[in-house]
Design a binder for this molecule. Structure first.
Ligand code: FAD
Length: 463
């Protein structure tokens, strides 16, 4: 029988909230765990399969990652892979495709050669691929503009061919929820169609109010994307953060790639360059993107989230300064302007074609199709105190049993690692315990046992 009182209440059934539901119900002795989700099923927002690039980021082909960041992401990716491959329906969750990062021109090629020297020893499957080797894996990438013969410009790639590289984060979220609900030794309740409106603290309990129901919980983890910040502000936390929602759009072409092809990142830009990927649910096509466009909403294609954006944007002099500083950089200014044009019908196809031809030179205008209703929103935070745009995930741990997660890319990949951090914090708050042996055996494979595990490094403590 369902009650309204919990030891732990999680808000949001995207991949972050559902991963935490799974970890806490499977590996801790916390007895009463609840999950509130405003839609009728898990993963309807950014974790929806069509709303992200479906990449399992391992750090080897992401040239914007330092070695330290890459190894951290590698550990997170390995946890996800260990979970997913152990599931009987793993072929709906995780997928093997070739992957590579492509360098075009002497500067990018040199950068990749240098990177290989440093990253190669940490990634045994990573290979340095010349034009002919690229042609064997991705013929369309190595072929010239007319579709015959090798392309003239200098190219090189770093890549691998036999790894899990793509994840359906929507199927993964459903799997986490299903596995948690199957456990019989504790109470795990998932409440759909419940939108959290307000949170307050009474005595030692969090009181969580939805439209019709009031829940009480000893601890609380909010995994509601950009809405996490709104709920944190509600409780008086994270007031020095503003949220800048960055929408990403995609284009489909007939299938021209066999796997994932990333490009070298421009260091001056805060967002990943466009890449080409198979869509795990759309066979026969290749998906290129994402673009990056600031939109004043917290959920893509949901204008009702405009007032929520206005609440979390908290525009003031410090936010204006961060935006002004970004716009001062020529590459960023051009990038923002170009991404605006990417949304304008007709013009956008011409502009996007120029960018995708770096990956597949023979693509034609008629091959490109704007992917309608595809692509979510990355809730990037602005730290007003330090006057900078934060990249990657952000967390507000109140230290008093409430945690708020904001998870732009690579939040899908790091769902279990992030959930592990929250699980440890909540267990410590509740005085509960973790079955460490089972946790290590199931999720941390041999290759990860000695990996660095900086549990507190990313936690932003707030009060
Ligand atoms: C364009 C794009 C490309 C990306 N590509 C990748 C990639 O290739 N690889 C990768 O690892 N990551 C990628 N990401 C990031 C990844 O998609 C997200 O980090 C991840 O899906 C976030 O999961 P989440 O559970 O934190 O948030 P979400 O999936 O957004 O889930 C939040 C949940 O909270 C619920 N919710 C919100 N408010 C309330 C409320 N008040 N009450 C109850 N429920 C509420 C929502 O309905 C939703 O279900 C990408 C993101 C974007 C936008």
């Amino acid at each position: 029988m369902q009650t309204n009182q919990y030891d732990l209440l999680i808000i949001g059934a995207g991949v972050s909230g559902s991963a935490l539901l799974y970890l806490t119900s499977r590996y801790t002795d916390i007895q009463h765990i609840g999950l509130l989700e405003k839609y009728a099923a898990p993963a309807r927002v950014n974790s929806l399969s069509s709303n992200n690039s479906q990449t399992l980021h391992c750090g080897d082909i992401e040239t914007n990652y330092t070695l330290e960041k890459a190894l951290k992401v590698k550990r997170a990716a390995s946890m996800l892979r260990n979970y997913a491959t152990a599931q009987p329906d793993h072929h709906h969750i995780i997928f093997k495709y070739s992957k590579m990062v492509l360098g075009v021109g002497s500067k990018e090629c040199q950068l990749l050669r240098e990177r290989f020297k440093i990253f190669g020893e940490h990634y045994p499957n990573l290979q340095l691929l010349d034009k002919k080797a690229i042609a064997k894996i991705e013929p369309a990438v190595a072929t010239g503009i007319n579709g015959d013969g090798l392309r003239d410009d200098e190219i090189i790639a770093l890549g691998s061919t036999d790894e899990y590289t793509a994840v359906n984060f929507e199927a993964l979220s459903r799997s986490f929820v299903r596995q948690a609900e199957m456990l019989e030794d504790k109470q795990v309740d998932v409440h759909y169609n419940e939108t959290v409106q307000h949170i307050k603290i009474e005595a030692d309990y969090f009181i969580i109010e939805t439209d019709g129901v009031c829940y009480r919980s000893k601890s609380l983890v909010v995994c509601a994307g950009g809405h996490s910040l709104k709920l944190a502000h509600d409780l008086g936390y994270g007031l020095h953060y503003s949220c800048l929602p960055m929408a990403g759009s995609y284009y489909f072409t007939p299938q021209c790639l066999n796997g994932k092809v990333y490009t070298v990142q421009n260091d001056a830009l805060p967002f990943a360059a466009i890449h080409g990927d198979p869509d795990v649910l759309v066979p026969g096509e290749t998906r290129f993107g994402p673009t990056a466009l600031v939109l004043p909403i917290l959920e893509r294609y949901n204008l009702k989230t405009l007032p929520d954006f206005l609440q979390v944007f908290r525009f003031d002099r410090r936010v204006a300064k961060v935006l002004y500083d970004l716009m001062k950089v020529k590459d960023i200014r051009h990038y923002i302007f170009k991404n605006l044009l990417f949304e304008i019908p007709i013009i956008r196809k011409f502009l996007f074609l120029k960018d995708v031809r770096k990956i597949v030179p023979s693509l034609k205008l008629r091959d490109l199709r704007f992917a309608h209703k595809v692509g979510g929103i990355r809730p990037q935070l602005i730290d007003k105190d330090h006057q900078k745009l934060l990249m990657g995930e952000a967390k507000i741990d109140t230290g008093k049993g409430a945690i708020f997660n904001m998870t732009p890319s690579p939040g899908g990949t790091s769902c279990l690692e992030n959930a592990e951090i929250d699980m440890r914090a909540i267990v410590s708050h509740l005085g509960a315990s973790i079955d460490e042996a089972a946790f290590k055996k199931d999720l941390l494979g041999d290759d990860q046992k000695h990996a660095q595990n900086d549990f507190t490094g990313r936690v932003i403590s707030d009060n």
